[in-house]
Design a binder for this molecule. Structure first.
Ligand SMILES: [Zn+2]
Length: 416
């Protein structure tokens, strides 16, 4: 349901559009915004109006589907929008037309996914959104919204029709042509997401080509033996979060204490997310600077989002195991990271004219990279090949990924 608009700042998503023969790279920047009181009121009203529009358009599609099994297209609804605006100049009519179209497109995306699921036979019908859950509106730059970057000392500003020019903390420069601006609310904070399109700036060539293995014990290992450890702060924050979750579970429902704990939890999750993203950006930056081609394993999203298996107690129930709960939490924090890291790596590669190759990871952890035989794995960090002997499990995996990307035999990297 809530997959649009994509938050490329956190997912690191990258898209290409062919403009003559230049490949343009889209990049999202997420900045904290500081609306004044009146601006905040108007921004909340903007979200509410867009939410109403979304729900009204949903209602129409819902009825058409219920009564006649027909789908109402985006084009039809966009044409109706003109009439709605004309009839309500003080309400819907005062908002940006193109921004409203974006909201209708967003609904269209939800419905496209619904029809796909319906064909597969298992469809939950798209639901109405309460005002509290409708938290972003996308504007097309130059049409109801304008990006005014900072000139150094002063604040950057993002101007939105029916809201005003909102102060923005611009912590890094925006490169290229600004395409869209999103105004977003997260709990009590406001953000502006600026999406800009620029030509990639190729980095100087380097001879290094690597495969990467991501693991549980280490964050990553390269085929030439470089190791990036898991940052300690992740374990630290998962301990804090686990503690807060326990306390929240024990707190009285609907109490002030529970509310405080919920806020504290949200804050720690946000901090953990931010620090992890930061770590991913730095790690990806270093790899992109040093390597021309990077092979990584293709993600298995389904396996990654699967919850850790509960522990049966032998009597039809499950053991409430604190250690297991914490291990599960650790896993969640680390796992959520890999998809994000791969996205950031791919985005940085596109910007720098580097290549990231995704390969099927099946068997890469247990096959000997040198001779291809199946290895034993007596310990998490070691594999033993019947002919070649002992390998570091992660380096072996990275070399298999390297070889699978067609970069070489994997053996060639042994001495590096
Ligand atoms: Zn071998």
């Amino acid at each position: 349901m809530r997959t649009w608009p994509r938050e490329a700042a956190t997912s690191g998503a990258v898209t290409h559009t062919n403009h003559r023969d230049l490949v343009q790279v889209k990049r999202a920047y997420k900045f904290r915004a500081y609306p004044t009181r009146p601006q905040e009121g108007r921004a909340a009203r903007l979200l509410a109006d867009h939410c109403d529009l979304y729900n009204a358009a949903l209602e129409e599609r819902r009825e058409a589907w219920r009564m006649r099994r027909v789908s109402v297209s985006y084009g039809v609804q966009s044409a109706q929008l003109r009439e709605i605006r004309k009839a309500d100049p003080g309400g819907h009519g005062r908002h940006s037309f193109t921004a409203q179209q974006q909201t209708l497109r967003r609904l269209n995306t939800v419905f496209t996914a619904f029809y796909q699921r319906a064909r597969a036979g298992k469809a939950g019908y798209p639901r109405f959104k309460p005002h509290s859950r409708f938290d972003q509106v996308m504007f097309v730059a130059g049409d109801g919204a304008k990006w005014i970057p900072t000139s150094g000392e002063s604040w950057a500003r993002a101007a939105f029709q029916a809201v005003g020019a909102v102060k923005v903390r611009q912590h890094r420069p925006v490169c290229g042509m600004v395409k869209t601006l999103q105004l977003k609310r997260e709990h009590r904070r406001w953000y502006v997401i600026v999406v800009a399109e620029a030509e990639p700036v190729p980095l100087p060539a380097t001879g290094r080509e690597i495969g990467i293995d991501v693991g549980v014990n280490r964050f990553l290992t390269t085929s030439d033996g470089e190791i990036v450890a898991n940052p300690r702060f992740l374990a630290a924050s998962s301990a804090v979060i686990a503690d807060l979750q326990r306390r929240k579970a024990r707190a009285m429902p609907v109490s002030g204490n529970r509310k405080r704990l919920r806020r504290a939890l949200a804050k720690h999750w946000r901090k953990a997310r931010n620090r992890r993203r930061d770590f991913h950006h730095k790690t990806a930056r270093a790899l992109i600077n040093s390597s021309g081609v990077i092979a990584v394993e293709k993600l298995n999203i389904a396996a990654m989002t699967r919850r850790p298996a509960p522990k049966p107690d032998g009597e039809g129930g499950y053991l409430p195991n604190r250690a297991a709960a914490k291990a599960g939490l650790n896993k969640v924090i680390l796992d959520a990271g890999w998809a994000q890291f791969a996205g950031i790596l791919a985005a940085k590669a596109a910007e720098a004219g580097r290549h990231v190759v995704f390969v099927n990871p099946a068997g890469t952890s247990i096959t000997c990279h040198a001779c291809g035989q199946r290895c034993g794995r007596p310990r998490q960090d070691t594999v033993i090949c019947p002919c070649c002997g002992r390998w570091d499990a992660d380096v072996n995996g990275a070399r298999n990924i390297y070889a699978r990307a067609g970069l070489g035999s994997g053996q060639a990297t042994q001495t590096a």
